[in-house]
Design a protein around this ligand. Structure first.
Ligand code: CA
Length: 221
């Protein structure tokens, strides 16, 4: 599990980083808001511990931008700001937890563990992810951020196949035979129609790319 700490006070940054590393987690650090946002977007972190009063970019602004790029990445705010208004703004912007400074290290570690536990995919890996997209194989539903998309059986199997082959280009012929079990039929447009429906249901942030003259690819995380 990888954790990013965004914190401008060197003493707190070093203290928290040391404590989290001692628990066996991999820790990245950023000492201002804009560096923190860039690091959170560029790396596969499982949690961000976020200060609010930061140089470069305020923590709440960072959170707002991060949510557009990574709606599912857990964020624990760790701030000296204890007023209810700031807490509510943090939660409304998508924070998963909020701890006020000064804090107890034991409590921080407990709250970090809770967030990381939620991050573990359920047993048997019944959930597949790619970027903001999540496919729940048990519930047979897709989610993009907070939005749940109901899929038909064909759409579900198509998306499942694309997710299992995320990053790879899949030809129409391949999809037709792997997802629908059909031999290639040049007149069939079932693949294109299903991709179009999937895109409509998932919305503009759906990471399904058209590869000209070949087929489709689901952008990997
Ligand atoms: Ca600060």
């Amino acid at each position: 599990m990888q954790i990013l700490i965004v914190e401008d006070e060197a003493r707190i940054l070093a203290f928290v980083a040391r404590a989290l590393r001692a628990e066996g987690w991999t820790v990245g650090v950023a000492d201002n808001g804009s560096k923190g946002l860039a690091a959170a977007i560029a790396n596969p972190y499982d949690l961000v511990v976020l200060d609010l009063l930061l140089p470069g970019m305020d923590g709440l602004d960072l959170l707002r931008e991060l949510r557009e790029r990574k709606p599912l990445l857990p964020v624990l705010i760790l701030s000296a700001r204890s007023d209810l208004d700031t807490k509510l703004r943090g939660f409304n912007l998508g924070a998963d937890d909020y701890l006020v400074k000064p804090f107890s290290l034991g409590e921080l570690l407990c709250r970090v563990r809770v967030q990381l536990r939620r991050r573990q995919p359920p047993a048997e890996s019944s959930v597949l992810y790619a970027g903001p997209l999540l496919l729940d194989l048990t519930r047979r539903e897709a989610r993009l951020g907070p939005r749940v998309c109901e899929l038909t059986d064909g759409e579900f199997r198509l998306l499942h196949f694309l997710l299992e082959h995320a990053g790879e280009v899949n030809s129409r012929e391949q999809l037709l035979s792997q997802v629908w079990g059909y031999d290639f039929d040049p007149r069939s447009n079932v693949v294109d129609v299903s991709i179009r429906r999937l895109r409509q249901k998932l919305g503009p942030e759906a990471p399904i790319e058209t590869v000209r003259n070949v087929g489709y690819r689901l952008a990997a995380g």
